[in-house]
Design a protein around this ligand. Structure first.
Ligand code: AMP
Length: 277
């Protein structure tokens, strides 16, 4: 496994002609969710590149950039145990040098759901991912469905900008009690860890309502919101959307997905689930 710290060094990596390169972009502090993407890439590709970069451009001014958990040595130890060929670990100074001016924005999708409480977030995400794709030049990019809006937005960007990468969306990896694994879960203190289960409870309750025949998005959302507020979570949004374009749904159908964002204490958690009956 080779650690690459500079952009020119990563751009100079020569992949064998026929090699299929899989790429996993992360912000580090790796957990089994990230590692499931690495494993999927290793299974399907000849070479695996993992990037670790806490991207300042996707954090708002009052967000947790300064306290975002980081442990590069621990991340490396986890990646050493997998089939990883390159770990790309650039500095923010090199990624956004003085005079940096260029941003990519995916209209509409970046402004809904998480884009309402995090207005600059997705501009930062689309820009860094395009930059990383240009630098790492993979054939496949592996991303988690955990960040469903991000996945949908990046698929749109890849289509609109004629990128030659194929984006592979991978299932959400959860703790034993259903909480979606996240680097931010370490912020959950005391009772909050138990309370945080309510996101998954609300999602699975919604799935159950659909299974027994409920189709009204309004009723399913109201029941989910009650579960969240009964558990002291502060709702940012609970929406049922068409999983292809994230447009809001009134009547649940085969393509519907519930997306939740809620604060449990300080941490803001997101999760989602398919409502396919
Ligand atoms: P992050 O480090 O949070 O930027 O996440 C990097 C990648 O890991 C993104 O594609 C995420 O969607 C994915 N990811 C994060 N948590 C999970 C999870 N619990 N299950 C599956 N993928 C995840």
């Amino acid at each position: 496994m080779q650690i690459v710290r500079s952009i020119p060094q990563m751009q100079a990596v020569k992949y064998p002609e026929a090699a299929q390169v899989g790429f996993v972009p992360t912000m580090g502090y790796l957990h089994e969710g990230h590692l499931s993407l690495v494993d999927a890439a290793a299974k399907n590709c000849d070479l695996v590149v993992v990037s670790i970069f806490v991207n300042p451009a996707q954090f708002g001014p009052s967000e947790d950039l300064d306290s975002y958990p980081q442990d590069f040595e621990r991340d490396l130890a986890l990646l050493q145990k997998r089939k990883v060929d390159y770990v790309f670990f650039p500095t923010a100074e090199e990624v956004y040098p003085p005079g940096y001016k260029t941003w990519v924005e995916v209209e509409d999708i970046s402004r809904i759901l998480c884009g309402i409480s995090r207005p600059e977030h997705f501009k930062g995400v689309s820009t860094i991912v395009l930059k990383l794709l240009n630098i790492a030049r993979p054939h496949f990019m592996y991303m988690g469905q955990k960040d469903f809006q991000q996945l949908t937005l990046l698929r749109r960007m890849a289509l609109d900008l004629n990128l030659s990468v194929s984006i592979v969306g991978c299932p959400i990896v959860r703790e034993a009690d259903g909480l979606a694994k996240s680097s931010r879960n370490i912020y959950l203190k005391g009772d909050q860890r138990e309370q945080a289960r309510c996101l998954y409870k609300a999602l699975t309750h919604s799935q159950e309502l659909v299974r027994v025949g409920e189709r009204s998005a309004g009723k399913i959302i109201a029941a989910a919101e009650k579960i969240l507020s009964d558990n002291q979570a502060k709702v940012d949004y609970v929406k049922i959307v068409d999983s292809r374009d994230l447009s809001e749904t009134q009547e649940v159908d085969e393509c519907s997905r519930m997306l939740i964002a809620a604060w449990v204490g300080k941490p803001r958690l997101i999760d989602n689930i398919s409502l396919k009956a």
